[in-house]
Design a protein. Structure first.
Length: 237
């Protein structure tokens, strides 16, 4: 972790020499004040990431869960491939759903293009509780090319790591697992949900996993309160 004492004050770094055509002095003053806060936010995110990396070893994975993949059964340990770290995203597409969650789907659509890069460092898998054929059919419809998708319909992974009611609706989750000398442990899982949400805000983690919302946060109207992603913009969604 960078020594905070070695960092220049954000206010000092925020005196930007950049000028855009037609900007006023008032705009530049406000923009530099915002830049100072953006620098502080970046530093806070770095501190949080360092704390996450320094977590003690998490709990041992209770079993080598068997999932159903495109080519048949696949165990959790096999999802690691050549890596010692595995990220698992729980996709809300359980057997009770005709169509998957639009928010999860929007997120995964963004991640699909990142998977080839991500796999240079860690393993990644998408878990849905619905039948594998249904999951893969939608992935094909959506045009996904790289996301490794498996079904957890035959095991308790979603109960254990997404804290789902096995007879209820599915829950989104993201978890990170590690493997060393054949032993698998839980490293980190998202724990920010409705119970931690601030008034007037949708439940979300920090940093926000959704590239969509991060981009909209840069715009004058922000995320808005009357719009959500759809599965398509025709007759369904």
């Amino acid at each position: 972790m960078t020594n905070p004492q070695a960092l220049k004050p954000a206010v000092q770094l925020s005196q930007s020499p950049i000028r855009f055509p037609g900007e006023s002095a008032a705009y530049r003053e406000a923009r530099n004040a915002l830049l100072a806060e953006e620098i502080e936010l970046r530093r806070h995110l770095e501190r949080v990431a360092a704390m996450r990396r320094a977590l003690p070893q998490g709990g041992a994975v209770p079993q080598d869960y068997t999932f159903e993949g495109a080519n048949g059964p696949v165990k959790l340990s096999e999802l690691f491939g050549r890596h010692d770290t595995l990220i698992v995203y729980n996709w809300m597409f359980g057997p009770q759903r005709e169509r998957p969650c639009p928010m999860c789907t929007s997120l995964l659509s963004a991640y699909d293009g990142e998977v080839p890069d991500l796999l240079q460092r860690v393993a990644f898998a998408v878990v849905g509780r619905g039948p594998i054929a249904k999951l893969l059919a939608f992935a094909k419809e959506r045009g996904w090319r790289y996301l490794p998708i498996v079904s957890s319909g035959g095991n308790t992974f979603n109960v254990d790591y997404a804290h789902e009611d096995p007879d209820g609706y599915d829950v989104p989750a993201i978890n990170v697992f590690t493997r060393k000398d054949g032993a698998m442990h839980h490293f980190w899982g998202g724990e920010m949900g409705p119970e931690t949400a601030d008034p007037g805000q949708d439940p979300r983690g920090a940093p926000d996993l959704m590239p969509l919302w991060n981009l909209l946060d840069m715009t004058p109207a922000g995320r808005g309160t009357d719009w959500y992603p759809k599965l398509d913009y025709g007759t369904r969604g």
